[in-house]
Design a protein around this ligand. Structure first.
Ligand SMILES: Nc1nc2c(ncn2[C@@H]2O[C@H](COP(=O)(O)OP(=O)(O)OP(=O)(O)O)[C@@H](O)[C@H]2O)c(=O)[nH]1
Length: 191
């Protein structure tokens, strides 16, 4: 089945609010910290992405820390025609490392890919930085739409994969649970 994406009307909820279950995403930002919902369909799984725009501005810094903590996916954008936006990415990645959930999906997006004449950051530079930090990379254009749906689809697929992944190192042993709660059924209804 072809993947599809659908925008939903803008809403004003607190981060973390919402009736969706499972692989819900918080992205980033907006100047008045509103968000947009986007539903991405991957096969038979619908993933509701709640996308917050943090605007990347210093005055929102204390607010964005709180957003990182709740985010399941973080999309970091730089402008391929603006070197300082690219240079800032390392600082953002350091921030994310400090404040975001350790299993958050992180993507680096070089935006304005349509502006080839004004390009100052090569695709290879973005890709190298992404590889250095182990994050997903692509170039996008919000103007032409190139790779925009693909970016959200990739985030959704990664999230589905991480939701389905079994924990690599169990935090507890099943025997501990049985000993502590002999009358209670185990996780997921297993007894
Ligand atoms: N050519 C081109 N212009 C773009 C693209 N994306 C955004 N722009 C333009 O770039 C300008 C800045 O866009 P914004 O979306 O306000 O950028 P921003 O980084 O979110 O800005 P802040 O929210 O203030 O941090 C606007 O004039 C947009 O129309 C793109 O992919 N291609």
């Amino acid at each position: 089945m072809e993947p599809e994406t659908r925008d939903e009307p803008e809403a004003r909820d607190e981060p973390g609010a919402g009736d969706e279950q499972g692989c819900t995403v918080y992205g980033l930002y907006d100047q008045d910290l509103t968000h947009k919902n986007k539903v991405v369909t991957v096969g038979e799984v619908k993933v509701k992405l709640q996308i917050w725009d943090t605007a990347g501005q210093e005055r929102f810094r204390s607010v964005t820390h709180a957003y990182y903590r709740d985010a399941h996916a973080l999309l970091l954008l730089y402008d391929i025609t603006n070197k300082s936006s690219f240079d800032n990415i390392r600082a953002w990645l350091t921030e994310i490392h400090e404040y975001a959930q350790s299993d958050a999906v992180i993507m680096l997006l070089g935006n304005k890919a349509d502006m080839s004449s004004g390009r100052v950051i090569k695709w290879e530079d973005g890709e190298r930085l992404a590889r250095e930090y182990g994050v997903i990379f692509m170039e996008t254009s919000a103007k032409t739409g190139v790779n925009v749906d693909l970016a959200f689809m990739t985030a959704a697929k990664e999230l589905i994969g991480r939701c389905l992944e079994l924990p690599k190192e169990p935090k507890f042993q099943i025997n501990d649970i049985i000993e502590q709660n002999p009358q209670k059924p185990g996780c997921c209804g297993f007894t």
